[in-house]
Design a protein around this ligand. Structure first.
Ligand code: ATP
Ligand code: MG
Length: 428
């Protein structure tokens, strides 16, 4: 039997990867326009980093991590998210000393979950982390960035912004008492996980996906009633900035997010188009995390997008550009083996004159008919044909493949023709 991929860890095949390339291109362009710079951290970190940052009593740390002992016995973990590693790196390399940082990242993350549509064991996140800026305007700008991305991708209408403030640690400790006494009254009706969490981490109960527990929680006290004046002012400033920017939101006071490090602003973008896996992006403020991981107290705020869910959403909405399947713009064919050196030279000239074009040459045997078939299949906009006649006259046939007359022209004119072709906008 041949070896299979690991369960829940899908391949991205060539037929799909253009979609990923398109998304990444849009993301890079948009993030750069906000002055964000990329950081790349390792996929593996010390296990303690995640236990300490994400929190012991969370789904991720309790049951989803890929942890293992390496050959020296050290406990390592495949990152279940990227924020912890980014914060670790920022502290380790002094990126937070008297300076602000606006960073973005992309890459795989790993969680041992039950694989299903929109939920995998290896998945990919694209995210942003900003450090050193306590002002609520930063929270609002990050939300604005995500909204701009949905607009550029043509999926804005399918997404709803859920917004909440979970306050400062003071607010949460006041809220905790009210919440625990509510949960105690309903203990017997809660799901088993939630019962266990009442004492260890009651806020986590709000994150339960159990429908019955969710129903009970409708009557739970609201964190918004426990906010301090400063928390309230911060939240109001986020809300006002969003309103001014024309970004509608729904306040959802049950939204806490599945990681312990958040405080004050939390948000999620959700869709009804993907069934149960409807959260495409989540984020919030985490002013305590840097100090908690051993750095100097530094405010932070960020978000993460689930790339697979975003791809699924664009597929569902048929929002990928039509020319995404095009493999190249120019396809060169030869009618006689003698034409090969000239054909390769011409291809090089075009690549040099129009570096953004994709230029493929036919390699090997094959009748002109079969070469034309391949050219058509490649999605190319134009075919260039060199035969014995053209070799003699120093010319080339330019055959538009999507309608138009074939002409025989000098090389220089063929190169100029290619330079005028519409390149694929999304190619990096
Ligand atoms: P969920 O509630 O769906 O389990 P989460 O709260 O655990 O999501 P986060 O930790 O906030 O997810 O991660 C940010 C984003 O990464 C999610 O909104 C989602 O789009 C994506 N994501 C999380 N886990 C997975 C997974 N196992 N497979 C695919 N995408 C995922
Ligand atoms: Mg999860």
């Amino acid at each position: 039997m041949s070896i299979q991929s690991v369960r829940g860890m899908p391949d991205v095949l060539p037929s799909e990867s253009a979609k990923w390339g398109y998304l990444e291109h849009q993301v890079r362009q948009l993030f750069a326009s906000y002055g964000l710079v990329q950081i790349r951290t390792p996929i593996v970190e010390q296990t303690g980093l995640f236990a300490r940052s994400i929190g012991d009593v969370t789904d991720i740390v309790e049951k989803e991590m890929y942890s293992f002992a390496d050959r020296s016995g050290e406990s390592l973990t495949l990152r279940p998210e990227l924020t912890a590693g980014v914060v670790r790196a920022a502290i380790e390399h002094g990126l937070l000393h008297n300076q602000t940082q606006r960073l973005w990242y992309q890459g795989p993350a790993f969680r041992y979950e039950r694989p299903q549509k929109g939920r995998y064991r290896q998945f990919h996140q694209i995210g942003v982390e900003c450090f050193g800026i306590a002002d609520a305007m930063m929270d609002a700008e990050l939300i604005e960035i995500t909204e701009q991305l949905w607009r550029r991708l043509g999926i804005r209408e399918a997404l709803t912004l859920q917004l909440n403030s979970i306050g400062s640690p003071e607010a949460r400790s006041a809220y905790r008492d009210a919440l625990v006494s509510f949960l105690e009254q309903h203990r017997e009706s809660l799901d088993a996980d939630s019962q266990a969490r009442i004492d260890r981490n009651p806020m986590r109960v709000l994150d339960s996906k159990d429908p019955n527990t969710q129903q009970i929680l409708v009557d739970a006290p609201s964190i918004l009633d426990a906010l301090t004046d400063e928390d309230r002012a911060h939240f109001d400033r986020v809300c006002t900035a969003l309103t001014e920017a024309g970004v509608p939101y729904v306040i959802n006071d049950r939204l806490v997010r599945g990681l312990d490090y958040y405080g004050r602003t939390v948000f999620e973008w959700t869709t009804t188009q993907l069934g149960a896996q409807g959260t495409v992006c989540g984020g919030g403020r985490y002013d305590g995390l840097v100090a908690h991981l051993g750095g100097k107290a530094t405010p932070g705020v960020g978000f993460a997008i689930g790339v697979e869910r975003l791809v699924l959403l664009l597929e569902t909405l048929d929002a990928f550009p039509a020319d995404l399947e095009r493999g190249c713009e120019v396809y060169l064919m030869l009618q006689s083996p003698e034409a090969e050196p000239a054909l390769r030279r011409l291809a090089s000239q075009i690549r040099e004159a129009a570096p953004e074009l994709r230029v493929m040459t036919h390699i090997g045997e094959g009748s002109l008919k079969s070469q034309l078939k391949r050219a058509d299949k490649s999605g190319a906009l134009v075919g260039l044909i060199l035969g014995e006649d053209e070799l003699r006259t120093g010319q080339v046939q330019v055959k538009p493949l999507r309608g138009g007359e074939t002409q025989t022209v000098d090389y220089a004119d063929a190169v100029a023709y290619c330079q005028r072709l519409r390149k694929a906008q999304w190619i990096i």
